[in-house]
Write a protein that binds this ligand. Structure first.
Ligand code: NDP
Length: 272
């Protein structure tokens, strides 16, 4: 019988690596799937999903700018999707739409792969957009001592704190970070995409700090370059998170845990 159909929906979508990643997972785990990317017009998201379900689609990944709309389409949501306020994984089963968010688990898995200790750690999360909010619940599950959210627009960080109502999470301006110590700094801003550096005080970088950037690319991001220059213990980019979130989606759909490292290595080589 024909392979199960999956898709990633977004705008833009041309550069998505998700079809490659999922086909490698499927080949290695002897699963029969067909995974395509689909460009969706800005006002055409719910129609595109309805059509795909009608055609027998089994599941979908959702990317920019439709993750919030995907949340409203779902009949049932996981707790991590509800708290993220966004859905990146839809499953179509028994006439229902199930919504999940695997970004945070993808990040946590990648941190663990990179031997970053989260238990009792003091985490600084830069940015208060969808990506920052989306990773908080899985990060909290790893038992950090504290998570400080720093954002240019501090009110957005405050709002996330209120939403989570967890006494380990607090908000800060960039300037106030200078007096604080951290073990792990996660850049969840989009600054790297435009070649910028968030306005972080240099004093918070030391040889005990690990720096993570959700962005990845051929060249080291401005944040990771800067962190290295100021003596950070270790720097890690977001390629592993990308493959990690895909692996968790694959597991949600297929019940099989794929191996991520060969896929990370392959994508890394293709970036060069
Ligand atoms: P949003 O647009 O929702 O949020 C952007 C955030 O970045 C805001 O907090 C904004 O601050 C901040 N920001 C933007 N430019 C600057 C700057 N120059 N200096 C300081 N802060 C800045 O984006 P998302 O949260 O959806 O995504 C953030 C990043 O995470 C993106 O680059 C995305 O590619 C990456 N990502 C990577 C994933 C992966 O798998 N590797 C998964 C998901 C996301 P303010 O509120 O003050 O404007």
């Amino acid at each position: 019988h024909s392979p199960d159909q999956y898709r990633v929906f977004g705008n833009p979508i041309e550069h998505s690596r998700s079809p490659d990643i999922h086909h490698i997972f499927a080949n290695k785990s002897q699963q029969s799937i067909n995974y395509q990317k689909q460009l969706v017009e800005i006002d055409g998201f719910s129609n595109a999903i309805a059509k795909f379900i009608h055609q027998g689609g089994k599941g979908a990944n959702i990317t920019v700018p439709f993750k919030e709309q995907a949340l409203t389409l779902a009949d049932e949501l996981t707790e991590r999707a509800t708290l993220a306020g966004a859905v990146n994984t839809l499953t179509f089963k028994n006439g229902k739409i199930f919504g999940d968010n695997t970004d945070g688990e993808g990040l946590v898995q990648d941190l663990i792969t990179n031997q970053v200790i989260l238990n009792e750690s003091r985490v600084l999360l830069l940015g208060a957009g969808g990506a920052a909010r989306g990773v908080l619940l899985p990060l909290l599950a790893q038992n950090p001592r504290s998570i400080v959210i720093a954002n240019r627009t501090v009110s957005k960080a405050d709002k996330i704190c209120q939403h989570f109502a967890d006494n380990r999470i607090s908000a800060s301006s960039y300037i106030d970070l200078a007096k604080q110590d951290f073990d792990l700094i996660i850049n969840a801003t989009s600054a790297s995409l435009s070649g910028d550096l968030p306005p972080i005080p240099t004093s918070i970088i030391s040889q005990n700090v690990v720096c993570y950037d959700m962005v990845y690319g051929k060249d080291e991001t401005p944040f990771l370059k800067w962190a290295k220059e100021h003596g950070a213990m270790k720097v890690v980019d977001g390629l592993g998170m990308l493959v990690g979130q895909a692996a968790v989606s694959f597991e949600v759909w297929r019940g099989v845990t794929p191996e991520v490292q060969p896929v990370i290595d392959k994508l890394r080589a293709s970036l060069k």
